[in-house]
Design a binder for this molecule. Structure first.
Ligand code: PMP
Ligand code: GLN
Length: 382
């Protein structure tokens, strides 16, 4: 039968992680921590299981977790979402994004993505039968180019997906960027899917600009976040969507027939753990120290460092390496680096529909300091 996704293979993250295992490389490719989460979080889940929280939870997520999410958003971004009608617990951000797309776009609609972008967006839009409109972020700086976004808007534009802090570049949108987007969309009915999974990884002096802070944007946005990133539990696959009641109602229609519910004991563990804001408030300092350690080491290699304002990703240009390495495609370079040097990375070309190759690769620094040092020792051989 004809493939629904003829151009899709196995994700680059899976491919590079498998190659890293095969070559015993330090895996700085796929984004996940190599250290464990807070044992208190695990205790909360264990207790929930022992207390018998092992059956289906409410379709929208357990009330204490939705309430904790609403309280956090209000404390950080000064907007009150109604925990009953405007917050939905999801199976990670991946399901949240797919569900948001499926509930609001269909054939004939256009959805704008800003490239480079996370690899699930485009196939999700294609599965919905809608048309992908790719707008490049500014080459080199990866900042949004509002003239290009304005030019891409059409009467058929149904939604735009934005992502700040940005995977893969680590760029963080400024208040001016958010205001420009708000002004640009004000005369339209365009919806926003705002992927904010790295909201708690923004480095001083910057702060996260959630669409929640901007009334005009909040009114048209699905805010997507993920506990996997914030609490070092990527394998738990729990996230959430905050959106105005009318959007949430449509979201839940799809959600109930997509996953129906998200695992119960994790929700209880997360709800108790969220009562203390310290873990997410301390996250920028925790990751800034790793970023600084990693950047200081990379500065002694032949890689050219790009800025890192947020996320746990550091991108580097390979254009100052020796020949022939600097002449390899990004994808071939990442394979070579994994095999020969023993460090896995991700090519930025994987985040572009046309495989645009700018000789930049991405490392993940959500790793123990010893892991980062081991990787740096190997990279210093280049
Ligand atoms: N969006 C972005 C930008 C991401 O980096 C990730 C993490 N892989 C996701 C969405 C998916 O998050 P989750 O693991 O919670 O599904
Ligand atoms: N978001 C993670 C990354 O960008 C990986 C998630 C995945 O493996 N799909 O590396």
């Amino acid at each position: 039968f004809p493939s629904r996704l003829p151009n899709v293979g196995t994700t680059i993250f899976t491919v590079m992680s498998a190659l890293a295992v095969q070559h015993k490389a330090v895996n700085l490719g796929q984004g996940f921590p190599d250290f464990d989460c807070d044992p208190k979080l695990v205790d909360g889940v264990t207790t929930a299981m022992q207390q018998g929280h092992n059956q289906y939870p409410p379709m929208t997520g357990i009330a204490p977790l939705r309430e904790a999410i609403a309280a956090k958003i209000e404390a950080l971004y000064a907007r009150r979402y109604d925990a009953a009608a405007e917050i939905t617990v999801t199976a990670g951000a991946t399901q949240a994004i797919l569900t948001a797309i499926l509930c609001c776009v269909g054939p004939g609609d256009e959805v704008i993505v800003l490239e480079p972008c996370y690899d699930s967006y485009v196939p999700n839009i294609e599965l919905a039968g809608a048309t992908v409109v790719r707008v490049p972020l500014t080459p080199g700086t990866f900042r949004p180019d509002f003239d290009k976004i304005a030019a891409a808007l059409s009467p058929k534009t149904r939604a735009i997906i934005i992502n700040t802090p940005h995977n893969p570049s680590g760029t963080v949108w400024s208040p001016a960027d958010m205001r420009r987007l708000d002004e640009l969309l004000a005369p339209t009915n365009v919806l926003v899917i705002s992927d904010e999974v790295y909201e708690h990884m923004v480095y001083a002096p910057l702060q996260h600009e959630s669409v929640a802070r901007y009334p005009g944007l909040a009114a048209r946005s699905f805010i997507v976040s993920s506990f996997g990133k914030t609490y070092h539990v990527t394998g738990w696959k729990v996230g959430y969507v905050a959106a105005p009641a009318a959007l949430t109602a449509e979201f839940r229609k799809v959600h109930q027939f997509n996953v129906f519910t998200v695992n119960t004991p994790m929700q209880h563990g997360l709800a108790s753990y969220m009562q203390d804001p310290a873990p997410y408030l301390n996250l920028p300092a925790f990751y800034a120290a790793k970023r600084d350690l990693f950047r200081a080491g990379l500065a002694r290699t032949k890689f050219r460092l790009l800025p890192c304002e947020g996320t746990y990703f550091q991108s580097v240009a390979i254009d100052q390496l020796a020949v022939p390495e600097r002449e390899l495609s990004e994808a071939d370079f990442c394979q070579w680096l994994t095999r020969e040097i023993g460090v896995a990375a991700i090519p930025l070309s994987a985040f572009y529909g046309d495989g645009f190759d700018q000789k930049v690769v991405r490392f993940c620094f959500a790793k123990k300091d010893d892991t980062l040092r081991a990787a740096l020792e190997r990279l210093a051989r280049l």
